[in-house]
Design a protein around this ligand. Structure first.
Ligand SMILES: Cc1cc2nc3c(=O)[nH]c(=O)nc-3n(C[C@H](O)[C@H](O)[C@H](O)COP(=O)(O)O)c2cc1C
Length: 389
């Protein structure tokens, strides 16, 4: 099934977008990444005066990724002179992500991105490690702490940029705004955004190498931003909350590495999905696989993106209507004995001692707490929770 669709007059082959990251670092890279078959590619954040990245700039955890990279490698003028044209040779719509130091500088950059051939414009809101790395590299600069609770500066920037370009305009929320997501979205919508991308990395975060005691990342304190799978439950919830209250196109981003992650975001209300960390860890083939798997998912389930978009919102409405919003009476899992391979994972993870495994799993309904963990950890789907069946 074709996943082609139209966003504000721009034809996208599919809803999978490479979000700002190293695959958007310069024009040549974007041209090469276009071969992966993605729907659109975002530039790394373009600035007038890019700074070199503190090194080392990446660290990996089990289900996540830390980075302390700063902005696109080339200065804005080079993007307007050559990079944007080179990026466009890939034949995939290019989203120009940029940051100015004031609303007027942002408006000027937006106009220049449009003139240089960008197809869409994206405004980031906050990078968790940027300020202290700028201060470390240029000691005469002192930056104020981030405005986490006041979206007014964002509103002003979106408004100024909206006036300077007719291109589709995306606002990209930082995961740091997760406790007041709606205020930020409202400010962006009031100022004229066409779409909201949720979300950028969460942080600052850090890791320490216990062999040396050194923070793993470079920079003054080794602080960076968290992305990848560990971020997904947070950013997924932000997407869901926005979809509940706003009628705006949402690009879900945070920990998407397989088609299943993408489907979750769509069910939470996203119309497009963003990929970044997976490409850093597995290369652009991961984007191609995700798109193919997504197509197959829609074919096999005989459904469409529109049909499943926001499905989770409908389900929580049903919970309310059916009086299932506060289940507290334990319901033990249903067992399909033929599927059990007696691996014992469920027994070890049952903190209530309700599970025993001999040649097959047994659940003692008297001590079962109904928590659902056994069903979640079972690799064979031999246990199933049925609260909402
Ligand atoms: C190495 C790296 C560089 C990034 N650079 C930018 C950037 O320049 N501008 C921006 O808005 N977001 C940037 N991001 C955030 C990503 O675009 C994305 O929103 C975030 O990482 C969550 O998605 P993911 O878990 O798929 O990576 C970067 C992320 C990573 C991992």
């Amino acid at each position: 099934m074709s996943l082609e669709f139209d966003f504000k007059g721009i034809r996208l082959k599919n809803p999978v977008i490479v979000t700002a990251g190293e695959h958007g670092r310069d024009g040549k890279t974007i041209r090469e990444v276009a071969a992966s078959g993605v729907g659109a590619i975002t530039t790394k954040t373009i600035t007038n005066i890019p700074l070199p990245d503190p090194l080392p700039c990446y660290a990996k955890i089990d289900n996540g990724f830390l980075n302390v990279v700063l902005s696109a490698v080339h200065p804005a003028e080079q993007w307007f002179d050559t990079d944007m044209a080179e990026a466009k040779k890939g034949g995939v719509p290019v989203i120009a992500n940029f940051a100015g130091s004031s609303p007027s500088e942002s408006a000027e950059l937006a106009k220049k991105c449009e003139d240089a051939g960008a197809d869409m414009i994206e405004l980031p809101t906050h990078c968790p490690h940027l300020a202290e790395n700028i201060e470390a590299q240029i000691p005469e600069i002192k930056l104020p702490p981030p405005e986490i609770y006041d979206p007014k500066p964002f509103y002003e920037t979106v408004k100024a940029v909206r006036k300077s370009t007719s291109l589709p305009l995306i606002g990209k929320l930082s995961a740091i705004f997760h406790l007041n997501t709606k205020n930020w979205v409202k400010a962006g919508v009031d100022a004229g955004l066409d779409a909201i991308e949720v979300a950028d990395t969460l942080g600052p975060v850090m890791l320490i190498d216990i062999a040396t005691g050194q923070p793993k990342l470079g920079g003054p304190r080794g602080f960076g931003g968290l992305s990848g799978g560990a971020l997904k439950p947070l950013t997924l919830r932000m997407v869901f909350e926005i979809a509940q209250d706003f009628d705006i196109t949402i690009i879900g981003s945070g920990g998407i590495s397989t088609y299943k992650d993408a489907v979750e975001y769509i069910m939470a209300g996203a119309s497009m999905v963003g990929v970044c960390t997976v490409g850093h860890l597995k290369g652009i083939g991961a984007y191609t696989k995700l798109i193919k798997d997504l197509e197959r998912y829609f074919d096999e389930n005989d459904t469409t993106l529109e049909e499943i978009r926001g499905l989770a919102l409908k389900k929580v409405e049903q919970r309310k209507k059916k009086g299932l919003a506060a289940i507290t009476k334990p319901l033990p899992p249903e067992i399909t004995a033929e599927r059990c391979n007696a691996c014992g994972i469920c027994e070890r993870s049952c903190i209530y001692g309700a599970i025993t495994v001999d040649d097959v799993v047994h659940v003692d309904s008297g001590s079962c707490y109904g928590c659902g963990l056994c069903a979640d950890v079972c690799p064979k789907h031999a246990l199933e929770m049925t609260y909402y069946k």
